[in-house]
Ligand binder design. Structure first.
Ligand code: BYC
Length: 332
């Protein structure tokens, strides 16, 4: 049903024979596994697709600081507070690398912020859910960063050089994030019955939204076919979701937690798990701006932008004064 809702003709990929010579040469470079660098010729649609994906990825890192930032002052120990603070700072760093990578495609950072603040650009659906307990911080690290790694490891080999290189550093940091989340939950699961119940409750609430991070099912994915032909994506949304389930289910078992999916079972023949379908109505509502925290998240980002206006103005005036001082007339 959702395939019909969202899929368009844009999903059709041109064959080499249908391409003009310049575009064909570009596609052949991609097919040969070469990297595309910023100043090189690229089809306009390739540039636009990358701007869309990289900027949305950057926005996700920035908005993604909010649910966890909410717990920095309430982390249970000084050590946990220091770790969480460092993790949230890492996310800011990831956003900045990604904005830089997108800028190489000819879009300004102000334009990207404008698209986020106006609601035109998306960010990951996952960050529109609230963090109600400390166990949610564990679940974000374990599941959300775990899903992010699953999606981002192949992006290290994507065809666009600056995006691929940004991903190398980001993936290293995400593995630390994933382990710190798992560590929080390990401690809770070995703790009191109340702590274990808190961990189970967090898994119950974060499981399905984590599966939605990989995007709609393959038949509803508008961009996958073309992005895979351009080697921006290497795996389809469903392939990555399957890998994530297969990796995560044994970890849940290790923690003594139950994955909240009655349809989950090992399928010997396919060598992977069968699992239930995420609630796609909920997913499309969340990405349309109607999730539990969409309004709150955007308001927080808009406020941060408005509150920073005086600082941006001061930097501009400082730069102008500096430039005047450097002109020969001023020096004389
Ligand atoms: N949420 O054709 P499809 C992190 C949109 S942050 C929202 O399959 P595509 C972290 C999609 O944009 C890591 N929107 O698209 C940070 C498209 O709409 P538009 C975030 C979604 O691009 C802080 C439409 O649905 N990771 O780790 O081929 C703390 C159709 O989808 C979502 C990235 O951003 C979604 N979940 O595939 C902790 C990874 N899914 O744009 C952790 C980079 C789909 O036409 N991005 N949509 O309006 C990607 O790999 C791909 O863009 C996606 C979607 C797999 C997400």
């Amino acid at each position: 049903m959702y395939a019909q809702m969202v899929k368009t003709d844009a999903a059709r990929v041109k064959s080499l024979d249908e391409m003009e010579p310049q575009e064909r040469a570009f596609q052949e470079r991609i097919d040969a596994g070469q990297k595309i660098e910023p100043k090189e010729w690229m089809p306009e649609a390739y540039r636009k697709t990358l701007i869309r994906q990289i900027s949305q990825h950057a926005h996700s890192e920035i908005v993604g600081q909010l649910p966890e930032g909410n717990w920095i002052t309430r982390a249970p120990t000084l050590e946990r507070k220091a770790i969480l603070l460092a993790k949230v700072q890492d996310e800011a760093g990831h956003g900045l690398y990604l904005y830089c990578a997108a800028e190489t495609l000819g879009i300004s950072r102000d334009e990207m912020y404008g698209q986020l603040h106006s609601g035109k650009a998306k960010y990951s659906s996952i960050f529109n859910y609230p963090t109600l307990t400390w166990a949610d911080i564990g679940a974000i690290g374990w599941l959300v960063d775990g899903a992010a790694i699953m999606n981002q490891v192949p992006l290290q080999r994507c065809s666009y050089g600056p995006y691929a290189r940004a991903m190398v550093r980001i993936c290293k940091e995400e593995s630390f994030h994933q382990r710190q989340g798992f560590d929080i939950l390990t401690v809770l699961c070995k703790g009191t019955p109340e702590q274990k119940a808190m961990a189970q409750d967090a898994l119950n609430r974060w499981w399905w939204p984590s599966l939605m991070m990989f995007g709609p099912s393959d038949d509803a994915s508008v961009h996958s076919a073309q992005s895979m032909a351009w080697n921006i994506k290497q795996d389809s949304n469903d392939e990555l979701r399957q890998k994530f389930v297969d990796q995560t289910v044994p970890q849940a078992r290790f923690l003594g937690l139950t994955v909240p999916d009655p349809d989950l079972k090992w399928n010997e023949e396919k060598g992977g798990h069968d699992f239930g379908e995420p609630d796609w109505t909920e997913f499309f509502e969340v990405i349309a701006g109607n999730g539990p925290c969409n309004r709150e998240r955007l308001e927080a980002r808009r406020k941060a932008w408005d509150d920073g206006a005086w600082f941006r103005d001061a930097l501009t005036v400082h730069a102008e004064k500096h430039a005047v001082r450097k002109t020969p007339a001023a020096a004389a």
